[in-house]
Write a protein that binds this ligand. Structure first.
Ligand code: BT5
Length: 331
């Protein structure tokens, strides 16, 4: 099930060679030791090194030692799963080069009966989507990822999954110095007031897929260019982070954070989400205009409840809860 780029067939060996070189660190490892530990003769080892170099890795051989000098910022399943330590999310990871949408592929695999926790990533999406039929710009350099969820006990509540995912993404982004992410309800993650990531939770009505959710997360990490129509509202992490961001690391961090929060949801606990979400929110205390089913509501946001949604004191006087899935927030 682990698949990625050219690594598909050779994944196992490449992964072990990479792990060996990484473990050796800056001083490298004697060629003979590497060959022995992988049970390869020297010509076979040479071929494996060439394959890694073809994929963009830079490996130096000096004084009979092998040293990993540079690794490309490409996504590999083994790199994401290495020492992940999660209970549910990321038990399986697949990476594609270019596909329509990671959500599409996740739905296909869900229909094939693949287990909960599957993570689908793509280097680029040709038809990435947002909520309500909107387009999600997904060039190379971003993190485009979907997670297959079959909550047990079942939940009807996409809202709480959106909330948990937003907290997971914001937490992960905040771990990079300079990236003080905030959450704009219901599903936007902002840095310095501009959208850097979005969350999309989808359900389907087909009987066999009832109770299945696909969580999609898109983060502008190192995307080179944003189209003109997004420049005013969107940004990329690389512009803010004081250190380079490896997308595999960011993916691992999001997966870990989400696994924690998701397990809490399955236990019926919302303490972490209830505490962190409002703390990271850029929405509380703000005046807001919400359009839901064609009706416009105006008021002030007084609270965010992980299950009920956004609590708004309407100008008409009473507090009303809004769930996030089908609303548009007008600034
Ligand atoms: C979202 O929708 O913010 C959810 C985005 C989810 C994307 C992920 S990527 C992996 C998975 N596979 C998919 O096909 N989708 C998910 P929404 O709140 O509806 O926001 C969409 C709006 O954000 C668009 O109408 C644009 O205005 C803006 N937008 C589009 N691409 C953007 C980008 N890369 N960065 C920031 N804003 C963007």
């Amino acid at each position: 099930m682990d698949e990625a780029h050219g690594l598909t067939a050779k994944c196992e060996l490449n992964a072990r060679l990479l792990a060996t070189l990484k473990a050796a660190g800056g001083q490298g490892s004697p060629v003979g030791d590497v060959a022995r530990s992988l049970r390869l003769n020297q010509p076979q080892l040479g071929r494996e090194i060439e394959r890694l170099e073809d994929l963009g890795f830079s490996i130096e051989e000096k004084d009979s030692r092998l040293r990993l000098v540079a690794a490309p910022d490409l996504l590999y399943p083994h790199e994401i799963r290495e020492g992940l330590g999660t209970e549910l999310i990321g038990r399986k990871v697949v990476v594609y080069d270019s596909i329509s949408s990671t959500n599409d592929v996740a739905w296909e695999l869900a229909a094939d009966g693949v287990d909960e926790g599957l993570v689908v990533l793509a280097e680029e999406q040709t038809r990435g989507r947002g909520r309500m039929g909107r387009t999600w710009h997904s060039p190379r350099g971003g993190l485009w990822m979907s997670v297959l969820l079959r909550p047990d006990p079942p939940t009807e509540r996409a809202t709480v999954l959106t909330t948990a995912a937003s907290v997971a993404v914001a937490r992960a982004i905040r771990s990079y110095p300079g990236c003080n992410a905030t959450i704009r309800w219901p599903n936007d993650i902002l840095v310095k007031g501009k959208k850097v990531a979005g969350v999309l939770v989808e359900t389907r009505t087909t009987t066999s897929l009832r109770g299945t959710f696909i969580l999609g997360v898109g983060v502008n990490v190192n995307c080179v260019e944003l189209p003109d129509d997004l420049r005013a509202t969107a940004t990329i992490l690389a512009l803010h982070s004081k250190e380079p961001i490896r997308r595999a690391e960011l993916a691992r961090s999001i997966i870990r954070n989400f696994d924690d929060l998701y397990l809490e949801i399955l236990r019926g606990e919302y303490a972490a989400i209830a505490e962190e979400w409002p703390a990271m929110s850029s929405t509380i205390g703000r005046r807001i205009t919400i359009i839901q089913n064609g009706r416009t509501y105006r008021g002030e946001v007084v609270d965010i409840d992980p299950v009920a949604g956004l609590m708004v004191r309407l100008d008409r006087g009473f507090v009303r809860a809004f769930k996030g899935e089908h609303v548009t927030v007008v600034k």
